[in-house]
Design a protein around this ligand. Structure first.
Ligand code: ZN
Length: 308
């Protein structure tokens, strides 16, 4: 005889296991997973340039698109180098603001700047991308991001509209400023009166925090109870394989739950400090294709969702 508890546990485990395997193997068999995968990079410090050289190599080898959100000042420090490196049909270049200052309050990164400073961060950030790359900059990812995106921030949304920014990627935290950020779907800011502006969030960890690269040490950043405990490692990750093991939780969950897309929050400087050969990218891109994810950029996804 098995106990009720054993029975429930067995049913749960096998039930979930079957569902998971069915979805992943459907994808493996080529039956259409519609879920997109976006490789994206918050490019924001002097060390990002050398890192981007390695990153671009891996992308070309995998024929993998990407979106680079670039800080205006970082770009203006090496405009020629970034243009030579990233001016490629595989890549979208978007803004990571002009100098990475806070467009609204963030408990980890600091308080919101003044209205004039917000205007400068948005307008000058977009302008520097357009000047260097000579193509339109459609999107903006604010420094650090927020757990409530730009909801109830009409001042920022009005500036974004005025600047001609079509999408933002500002929802980069889980509930109550926890990490990982959950697999939240894109949405338009209709409830705030800006149906023409889209939010396309980022998901998972800010990978620099997984490695203690900000030297924050132990910190209250995870949620309890966790909606995704399997994505919370016991300690800082030590190897590219450890990092990939966390990434795959999000990729597979996005396929299993038929999400619109999945995109992890990566920083060239931090990836390079941890994994000079970018082995984690190889592992992640190979797995993304294997489970049937469809690679694209943030701009591609914006064009798709905004038409529906
Ligand atoms: Zn950043």
């Amino acid at each position: 005889m098995i106990s009720r508890r054993q029975f429930i546990q067995t049913s749960l485990t096998t039930g979930m296991g079957v569902a998971t395997l069915a979805n992943v193997s459907n994808a493996l068999n080529g039956s259409e997973s519609k879920t997109r995968y976006i490789a994206a990079y918050d490019t924001e410090s002097p060390n990002c340039l050398e890192a981007c050289r390695k990153i671009v190599e891996v992308h070309k080898r995998h024929n993998m698109p990407a979106t680079f959100f670039i800080v205006g000042k970082t770009l203006e420090a090496n405009p020629r180098e970034y243009k030579d490196l990233l001016d490629d049909p595989l890549f979208e270049i978007a803004s990571h603001t002009y100098s990475h200052r806070m467009l609204r309050d963030n408990p980890f990164c600091g308080g919101a700047i003044s209205p004039q400073e917000k205007r400068d961060e948005i307008f000058k950030g977009k302008q520097s991308v357009e000047t260097v790359f000579e193509r339109p900059c459609l999107g903006l990812r604010p420094g650090c991001g927020f757990d409530n995106a730009f909801q109830e921030a009409p001042d920022v949304l009005a500036l974004l509209r005025e600047a001609g920014i079509h999408y933002v990627s500002s929802l980069l935290w889980g509930p109550d400023y926890s990490i990982p950020a959950l697999l939240t779907e894109p949405f338009a800011y209709s409830a705030d009166g800006f149906p023409d502006i889209w939010e396309i969030p980022g998901h998972g960890w800010h990978e620099n925090l997984l490695k203690n690269h900000n030297r924050w040490g132990p910190k209250r950043v995870t949620l309890w109870p966790s909606p995704i405990p399997e994505a919370i490692p016991k300690d800082f990750v030590k190897t590219p394989a450890d990092e990939f093991a966390v990434n795959r939780v999000f990729l597979e969950k996005a396929v299993e739950e038929a999400k619109t897309f999945v995109s992890l929050i990566w920083h060239p400087w931090s990836l390079h400090a941890f994994d000079k050969d970018m082995n984690m990218l190889d592992l992640t891109f190979t797995h993304a294709r294997k489970i049937g994810l469809k690679p694209c950029t943030y701009a591609d996804l914006f064009h798709t969702v905004s038409k529906v």
